[in-house]
Write a protein of this length. Structure first.
Length: 326
């Protein structure tokens, strides 16, 4: 394999043609351009700040992590939204068929009931995002509210035997759901909201032991940043001499753990407060839903070495058995 960053004569001729095929006028796709402008629209920020403060101030306790999806290993919001979307999509199909009024009413009601927990999970995740993600997310949520209002009106009309109005409002609600889904997809796939931002670490670190520095380079209890194969690594030495190493970029949104607070055998991300166990990277508290890649460590001739740990962390693993050699 050659250098992936090097452009061959063939690739240099294909690239302009490919770009022209994507946009005949040489300009960015209109939908993408609108979404990019939405990301940079700071006019939403005062509203975002107020809502974010209220959402983060809710006394949810451990329920907050449940809504984040920490127990699932990834955000639970995309799972929950499948129910209302599926119910309302099925309603649209039945509305095109005669004699399915009762089933359509039931599905609209199911979608409305399922929208509540999906919305709660979405707001809890949204409150812990970057501002550019929150701008798109606020419009995404607003479009969902429009869809819910339309489907509530649809159900009310159907219950009053105003079937034509009920179907019309239902189709309008489905259109709003489609717009909301486009915005949600932009957040997930373009802005990487909810993605595991430490997933690439096992693919970038070469097997074997890597030097981190002299033992004296790591003050006891202080987070220190080092690098292995250009991957940032958090290193913490405990009072007894045990050295812990985790990937430095938080799995939630890549916050620098080396700038976080170390206490009680854990490190807290300075950006959004996720807490990871130093011994194995387990995400003790969200909003992070994925654990942090951890490294085995050893001390050889006064120097600390580390290698990527292959075994994934578990909530039942208590501590790291450190390899040492004289």
């Amino acid at each position: 394999m050659g250098d992936p960053g090097r452009m061959t004569p063939m690739s240099s001729s294909i690239a302009p043609a490919f770009r022209r095929a994507l946009s005949s006028d040489g300009k960015p796709d209109r939908v993408a351009a609108v979404l990019d402008r939405l990301e940079g629209f700071s006019g939403l920020d005062p509203v975002i700040d107020r809502i974010r403060q209220k959402v983060r101030g809710l006394p949810l306790g451990p329920v907050r992590d449940v809504l984040h999806g920490r127990w699932l290993g990834h955000p639970v919001h995309p799972v929950l939204v499948q129910v209302p979307i599926g119910a309302w999509m099925s309603t649209a199909v039945l509305d095109l068929m005669p004699g399915e009024r009762r089933a359509s009413r039931t599905l609209v009601a199911v979608g409305l009931a399922a929208a509540a927990p999906a919305a709660w999970a979405g707001w809890i995740d949204w409150a812990e995002l970057h501002k550019r993600q929150q701008r798109v997310g606020l419009v995404h949520a607003t479009t969902n509210v429009v869809a819910i209002v339309l489907y509530a009106g649809s159900l009310s009309a159907r219950l009053k035997s105003r079937e034509a109005l009920g179907r019309t409002l239902g189709f309008a609600g489905l259109a709003a759901v489609g717009i909301s889904g486009t915005l949600g997809g932009h957040m997930a796939y373009r802005q990487a909201a909810g993605a595991n931002h430490a997933e690439e670490v096992p693919h970038l670190v070469a097997p074997g032991w890597h030097p981190l520095g002299e033992v004296a380079d790591f003050p006891v209890g202080e987070p220190v940043r080092r690098a292995i194969d250009d991957v940032a690594v958090l290193v913490v030495r405990e009072v007894g001499g045990t050295v812990h190493a985790l990937a430095d970029h938080c799995s939630h949104l890549a916050g620098p753990l080396s700038q976080g607070k170390v206490a009680d055998g854990c490190v807290q991300c300075p950006w959004h407060g996720s807490v990871f166990r130093l011994s194995d990277g387990w995400n003790v508290r969200g909003p992070a839903t994925a654990p942090q890649p951890a490294f085995d460590t050893r001390i050889v001739d006064g120097r600390v070495e580390a290698r990527l740990r292959e075994k994934p962390p578990s909530s039942h693993v208590d501590g790291l058995v450190q390899e040492r050699s004289a």
